[in-house]
Design a binder for this molecule. Structure first.
Ligand code: NDP
Length: 261
């Protein structure tokens, strides 16, 4: 029987290297700190390298290990260069949190081709590029790994003014299952986390407004997610605790997805 007091070991990420894309702000920044605290050596990636460097400083100050790599997920060359840079440090990313994402909030009839391309190229193509390059490196080194895609409940339910975003996240949730099926033979797990509305610096003002309060009242638990609500699900999927989990879509949303409103 598994001893109850081994919980800490089960979720421990010591000896693992975790790549977090879109770590220069919001959820990615927070999850990089969480993974470092669980013992992973963290590689933080995004376009704004100055922000990444200050996060690296924060992680090191707390006793963790981290480095920053420039990354534009919309470019296959940049994704390859990011993984090359990780290998040049003598590391192999065996936990990958594909979190980089953008939203364009406009009514459908006002969305331009450029809006559509920006959202789909970042959220869907970018995530696919990161997933497949991560897997390519793991397969080459014959190592298992865990890929976690930050999708959204808006890939399953819809809201106004985010047509491209919803389509991109539906794609992420679905390709997560395809890759889980294909990568199982290599010992690579692929899962999606579907956050509900998560309070970050960028949206806190809106979520606290009257319109935000109305939205909150439609969530079964009557509350938005805090970034720390993501910690348990991410550590579960990243670590040995979730070793039998692949191809799942884990909603972290205080019940928003099951609400009838
Ligand atoms: P932020 O805008 O705070 O963070 C987005 C991150 O993505 C930034 O670090 C940004 O870095 C990075 N990014 C954007 N474009 C690119 C690119 N082309 N290449 C590399 N990195 C890029 O948003 P959140 O923290 O709120 O969102 C993070 C993820 O969580 C997204 O995928 C989002 O869809 C998802 N999500 C968020 C929810 C919320 O309520 N906040 C709810 C559900 C899902 P940089 O600009 O430096 O490149």
């Amino acid at each position: 029987m598994t001893a109850i007091n081994n919980t800490g070991i089960l979720f421990n990420l010591q000896g693992h290297t975790a790549l977090v894309t879109g770590a220069s702000s919001g959820i990615g920044h927070h999850l990089a700190l969480t993974l470092a605290q669980a013992g992973a050596r963290v590689v933080v990636a995004a376009r704004r390298v100055d922000k990444l460097e200050s996060l690296v400083g924060e992680i090191k100050q707390r006793g963790g290990q981290a480095s920053a790599v420039a990354l534009d997920v919309t470019s296959a060359a940049s994704v390859t260069a990011c993984f090359d840079a990780i290998e040049a440090q003598g590391l192999l990313a065996d936990v990958v949190v594909s979190n980089a994402g953008v939203t364009v909030a406009k009514p459908a009839l006002q969305q331009t081709e450029q809006d559509w391309d920006q959202v789909l190229d970042t959220n869907l193509k970018g995530c696919w590029l990161v997933n497949t390059e991560a897997a390519r490196r793991l397969v080459h080194h014959k190592k298992p790994g865990s890929i976690i895609n930050i999708s959204s409940i808006l890939g399953e339910r819809v809201a106004g003014a985010v047509v491209g975003y919803s389509a991109s996240k539906a794609g992420v949730t679905q390709f997560t299952k395809s890759l889980a099926l294909e990568f199982a033979r290599y010992g690579i797990r692929v899962n999606a986390v579907l956050p509900g509305y998560v309070v970050t610096d960028l949206n806190s003002e809106f979520l606290a407004s009257d319109a935000g309060k109305k939205l909150e009242s439609r969530i079964p638990f009557r509350r938005f997610c805090q970034m720390s609500d993501m910690d348990g699900p991410i550590l579960l999927l990243a670590s040995d605790a979730g070793r039998a989990m692949t191809g799942t879509s884990l909603a972290v949303d205080w019940g928003h997805l099951v609400s009838s409103l």
